[in-house]
Unconditional design. Structure first.
Length: 106
C-alpha cells in the first residue's frame, strides 16, 4: 500500500471510529526495479542508514512492512535493536496479494 493510500485509509478510519495516532515514515528504497546489483549495494547501504536512524529516533512498538525495497533494512534495524535490548519491537510482514506465482526476494 502506498503512503498516500495508507493516509486515506487512516483518515477514513478516524471519521468512523475513535481517533488513534498513526505515523507513517518513508525511507529510500534498497533497490529499484531493474537496478543493477552493483549499484544496489550503495542504495541498500543508504537505505540501511535511514532505517537504523528512523528506528532509533522513533522507538516503534510495531513495524509493518510489505516487502518492496524497504522491508529488509527496516526489519533488520528493528531486529537489531530488539536483540541489543534497546527496544523490543514486533515485526509484521505482509506479502502482496498481487504476487500469485512467486514470492518476492524479501
Amino acid at each position: 500500500m502506498s503512503g498516500n493510500k495508507a493516509m486515506e485509509a487512516e483518515k477514513a478510519y478516524q471519521l468512523e471510529g475513535p481517533a488513534k495516532e498513526c505515523e507513517l515514515y518513508a525511507i529510500p528504497r534498497s533497490r529499484e526495479v531493474g537496478q543493477s546489483y552493483f549499484t544496489s549495494v550503495f542504495t541498500s547501504l543508504n537505505s540501511c542508514l535511514y532505517a537504523v536512524s528512523l528506528v532509533w529516533q522513533t522507538s516503534p512498538d510495531i513495524v509493518i512492512v510489505n516487502g518492496p525495497g524497504t522491508c529488509i533494512p527496516l526489519c533488520g534495524a528493528a531486529f537489531l535493536f530488539s536483540k541489543l535490548f534497546v527496544k523490543a519491537c514486533d515485526i509484521v510482514y505482509v506479502e502482496s496479494i498481487a504476487r500469485t506465482r512467486t514470492l518476492s526476494l524479501s
